[in-house]
Ligand binder design. Structure first.
Ligand code: NAI
Ligand code: MG
Length: 473
């Protein structure tokens, strides 16, 4: 049982203004595994003032100084990799043997990449009579969710640090523990006081202050569309920059002449990864109708190879949902899918065999889904795949784009060129062709209601930059 009773503000472990605490439950056991303090308005203002006070000095450090801090922090995070994985497994249920690769090590590597990208801040462009300078946007609020809690924090904090911004991190209620480890690392390497501040709190309570205060310049948020709207409203009166990474209902298009076996395996594994809690998950599998029944039996086979159970068992491939409440959301969708007339191919709303408690659900596949059903339109955020047939490629692309979201997508076709031609027609921020893997070198972000920013890659730092034009030379 981990008890945290301080926030990290202005380089100090600082006592909260009230004694309210939040209990964190392990979703595999439903037992309380940690407590954290809950911030009130005074705590938020304290953190904001500390980040504001640190900004003038931090914003004019050299890129190489900031790069050194980033590299040192990455070294220290590597030393804490086991602690980070333990924290994530305990609070959101990712199988412990999968957690280092899925949640921790790649994120630390990605953090390190921003040491080099800091140099972009010192590159000015000379146009005719105009010099274009880059400056950090200022004090940033970073609000993160519980599905990839470390990776998403790093995706915001790394470019913010590289650009010369100062920040306040507010993790999800369910998964704050890795943020405390990150704060310990920044303390250990002697990051200047106030550059990184951490507090824990209930989103709708602290959100209006952290996203509305006049001393905040930018909010970077990953999470639900509902919270994204509230955050944007809080930030609007003071015209803050708001960078949102929201939900998705991403399509995988499989053409008649694709390698169906490889395509279906890729698609099912993609959805079931992290128990279906990935914003870019390819949750709609669109298959040429001549291959549809074949794809369904392949998908059933691949899904049923998963071993659902205890995250501490090395045989487990799928842990619980990240909380009891997330499980109940997903159960509701599975019931709705059945009621809407979709064909349940495997899985369902019952506890998987052999398990008696914990937020578990089996890998679930629906066939005979049409794009009007709510299970085809709304983000479920659980291990649920919808399979939809299409008549020809134009119809496939039409279905792919018939969604309010546009975060990710994928195509399997006869060859690379045919896949690329289809990729160009899908309205989404990413498209994975012929089985490509995720990389933090690629910009990531959404079209439409999936968001309005880009994280990772070179583009990730752009969000944290103000452009200044100096005229008259
Ligand atoms: P949420 O959006 O409420 O939580 C994410 C973060 O936002 C947390 O840190 C929370 O404290 C904060 N938050 C919530 N309301 C806020 C407000 N008014 N102002 C400022 N911060 C606020 O997500 P929730 O309720 O945990 O999950 C609901 C659904 O959201 C999921 O079923 C899934 O569909 C989607 N989601 C999407 C994620 C993504 O990666 N894009 C991640 C997590 C959830
Ligand atoms: Mg919520």
């Amino acid at each position: 049982m981990k008890i945290h009773d301080r926030f990290f503000i202005n380089g100090q472990w600082s006592s909260p203004a009230t004694t309210r605490v939040h209990e964190i439950r392990n979703p595999a056991t439903d037992e309380v595994c940690a407590t954290v303090p809950l911030a009130n308005e005074a705590d938020c203002v304290h953190a904001i003032e500390s980040a504001r006070a640190a900004f003038p000095a931090w914003s004019v450090t050299s890129a190489s100084e900031r790069g050194d801090f980033i590299n040192q922090a990455a070294d220290e995070l590597m030393k804490r990799a086991d602690d980070l994985a333990d924290a994530i497994t305990q609070t959101m249920g990712c199988p412990r043997h999968i957690c280092p690769n899925l949640q921790v090590l790649g994120s630390i590597q990605a953090f390190r990449a921003y040491a080099d990208r800091a140099k972009t801040m010192e590159q000015s462009e000379q146009r005719k009579g105009v010099q274009i300078l880059k400056e950090p946007v200022g004090v940033c609020t970073l609000i993160t969710p519980w599905n990839y809690p470390l990776s998403i924090l790093i995706g915001k904090a790394a470019p913010a640090l590289a650009a010369g911004c100062t920040m306040i991190a507010k993790p999800a209620e369910q998964t704050p523990l890795q943020d405390f480890i990150v704060a310990e690392v920044f303390e250990k390497i002697g990051l200047p006081n106030g550059v990184f501040n951490l507090l824990t709190g209930i989103g709708p309570e602290v959100g209006p202050v952290l996203c509305g205060h006049s001393e905040i310049d930018m909010v970077s948020f990953t999470g639900s569309t509902r919270a994204g709207v509230q955050i944007t409203e809080s930030a609007a009166p003071t015209i803050k920059r708001v960078c949102l990474e929201l939900g998705g209902k991403s399509p995988l298009v499989i053409t008649e002449d694709a390698d169906i076996d490889a395509a279906v395996r890729y698609g099912v594994q993609n959805v079931m990864m992290n128990t279906g809690q990935t914003c870019s998950a390819l949750t709609r599998m669109l298959v040429a109708e001549s291959r549809y029944e074949e794809a369904i039996s392949l998908a059933k086979h691949v899904a049923e190879q998963n071993i659902v159970g205890d995250p501490l068992d090395p045989k487990t491939t799928m842990g619980p949902l990240s909380s009891a409440s997330q499980k109940s959301t997903v159960v509701d969708y599975i019931r709705k899918g059945i009621a809407e007339g979709a064909r349940l191919v495997t899985g369902g709303a019952e506890m998987p065999e052999g398990l008696t408690h914990g937020a578990y659900l089996p890998p679930t596949i629906f066939a005979d889904v049409n794009n009007q059903m709510s299970i085809a339109q709304e983000e479920i955020f659980g291990p649920v795949l919808c399979m939809i047939p299409f008549r020809d490629e134009n119809h496939g692309i039409e279905l792919a784009n018939e969604t309010v979201y546009g975060l990710s997508s994928a195509v399997f076709a006869k060859d690379q060129d045919s896949a690329l031609a289809l990729a160009r027609r899908i309205k989404a921020g990413q498209c994975f062709v012929q089985g490509a893997n995720f990389t933090t070198d690629a910009p990531f972000g959404g079209y439409k209601r999936s968001g309005n920013g880009r994280e990772w890659g070179e583009e990730g730092i752009t969000e944290f930059i103000e452009i200044k034009a100096v005229l008259g030379q």
